[in-house]
Ligand binder design. Structure first.
Ligand SMILES: Cc1cc2nc3c(=O)[nH]c(=O)nc-3n(C[C@H](O)[C@H](O)[C@H](O)COP(=O)(O)OP(=O)(O)OC[C@H]3O[C@@H](n4cnc5c(N)ncnc54)[C@H](O)[C@@H]3O)c2cc1C
Length: 466
């Protein structure tokens, strides 16, 4: 068999600016690509919603790869054995992939790389996922960053590589059939709300930059408005890369300097993702260990009933329920509401942040190995650059501030649709007549609040202080 190249696709499901794929296509030799749904021990299995996304994304990519002469295959199992097997099957002399940054994944890839090399196979990895890789950015003392603002100040001055321009093409083939097995039972809502894939990601970014960026700083915290980019699942699976976003925004600002402030704000949010990856790389398994060790001595409450009520959006706290239902139905939740739901769980309910992180991991289409645990730890207060433990969000005042009038709550919690604005974020304070008129029976048509916000806040402060 003619020598060929194997591209191992992971979180880089795109053609453009994909350095491993571009390098493979430069050789005048067949290119095979594979996605492995990894079951290797120690690697975190993908959650259900992410799997739905993955399958949709691979379906589109399959066609795009075939147009360029690349044959995609899909496997489930241990990549440590499947990759060498595929190397033999395809007669590959080279294996290329784009890097990941979690400690377990890195150790796994390093071992595979040396095994391939000792078999005489060329194995090379590239950066597709980050503006700046964790080892290329450090404090003046040469240590990793632990606080976002100085990290961002350093990042914004770094030269960011331009996306790869031209990608070679080989003669087109017809796309092979892929068999993914069964989708999770709640896939339907996700599929109704999203379209996966590289071309969708590119169009969504263009629309966002044209229509929404100017108001992004003002509106990004308002959950009822569709004011953010919704790039997160596309970025999660690498259907678009951060270099492409960075340079698209820079070019826009060059052409229209009035967009500098809004563009800068948006890029600073993209930089939070970079910061999460910086932490993922430098810290010890951030999905399992609190970055501040003392948080792992907290006596978290074991309250399955409350955890289930939270998961199902039945806490009786409107903005929290709205968020948890948006998550379940669509695989996504607005950032402000992610903070409020996480705060209720970890502070008011004093339930271990890992329980919430795992639920998000399973239900978010953008469930990200860096962003999810880092953000959970930020809210819990156990993170590197965490909100101080005494900052506990009040979901009522936050709801009134960011969802005045309650349009977001009414959308996801229709039981409350006829509540007057004044009470929509705190129906338990309304009098019997008001509840009656709105058709609401607390404890029957909509739950009583699962915790007393004031007392549970005091309990959290006391526990965390200790
Ligand atoms: C408890 C909790 C869990 C979270 N879990 C995830 C997760 O699993 N995956 C994920 O991508 N984001 C996560 N976030 C961060 C944030 O909520 C989402 O990135 C954002 O809501 C995605 O919507 P968007 O793409 O429209 O964001 P935009 O506001 O348009 O931002 C653009 C991009 O910047 C990045 N970004 C924005 N805000 C943040 C942030 N606070 N932290 C890190 N990156 C950010 C994302 O990649 C996002 O797509 C979490 C936040 C919280 C509070």
């Amino acid at each position: 068999m003619a020598s060929s190249t194997l591209v191992w696709l992971r979180n880089d499901l795109r053609i453009a600016d994909n350095p491993a794929l571009a390098a493979a296509l430069k050789h005048d030799a067949p290119v095979h690509a594979v996605y492995v749904l990894e079951t290797d021990r120690g690697l975190r299995p993908l959650g259900g919603a992410a799997k739905v996304w993955l399958h949709e994304s691979l379906k589109g990519l399959n066609g795009d790869l075939a147009e360029r002469g690349v044959r995609l295959s899909y496997r489930e199992g241990d990549s440590a054995t499947l990759i060498p097997e595929l190397v033999r099957e395809t007669g590959a002399e080279r294996v290329y992939w784009n890097r990941r940054y979690d400690p377990a994944g890195r150790a796994h890839d390093a071992a595979l790389k040396s095994a391939l090399k000792s078999d005489g196979i060329e194995a090379e990895s590239f950066n597709a996922a980050l503006l700046v890789e964790p080892w290329d950015i450090a404090t003046k003392q040469g240590t990793p960053y632990g606080v976002f603002t100085p990290f961002w100040n350093a990042l914004r001055d770094k030269p960011i590589a331009e996306p790869i321009g031209r990608i070679e093409k080989h003669e087109a083939i017809s796309p092979p059939a892929l068999d993914f097995g069964e989708a999770p039972f709640w896939a339907e809502g996700i599929l109704a709300h999203w379209t996966a894939g590289e071309s969708r990601a590119k169009n969504m970014l263009a629309d966002f930059l044209d229509d929404l960026l100017a108001d992004y700083p003002k509106d990004r915290d308002v959950p009822r408005k569709d004011a953010t980019s919704r790039m997160s699942p596309h970025l999660r699976f690498g259907e678009i890369g951060p270099r492409q976003i960075w340079h698209a925004v820079r070019h826009l600002i060059d052409a229209n300097p009035a967009m500098a402030s809004a563009g800068g704000k948006f890029l600073s949010e993209v930089a939070w993702r970079e910061f999460s990856y910086h932490l993922l790389y430098h810290r010890d398994d951030i999905a399992r260990h609190s970055m501040q060790e003392r948080f792992d001595t907290i006596d978290w409450r074991k309250d399955t009933r409350a955890l289930h009520a939270w998961q199902k959006g039945q806490t009786g706290i409107p903005v929290v329920d709205a968020g948890m239902r948006q998550l379940w139905r669509t695989g996504w939740m607005h950032n402000r509401v992610r903070m409020l739901t996480a705060s209720l769980l970890t502070k008011n309910l004093l339930i271990d942040w890992r329980k919430g992180e795992q639920w998000f991991w399973d239900t978010l289409v953008d469930a990200d190995p860096a962003n999810n645990p880092a953000s959970w730890q930020w809210v819990a207060g156990s993170g590197a650059d965490a909100a101080p433990y005494f900052r506990i969000f009040n979901p009522v005042t936050q709801g009134e501030k960011f969802d005045p009038g309650g349009a977001y709550v009414r959308k996801w919690v229709p039981e409350l649709k006829d509540m007057p604005d004044k009470w929509v974020h705190k129906p338990w304070e309304a009098d019997a007549g008001t509840l009656d008129k709105a058709g609401l029976k607390l404890g029957e048509t909509y739950p009583e609040p699962i915790v007393d916000l004031k007392a549970s806040r005091a309990r959290a402060l006391d526990t965390l202080k200790r």
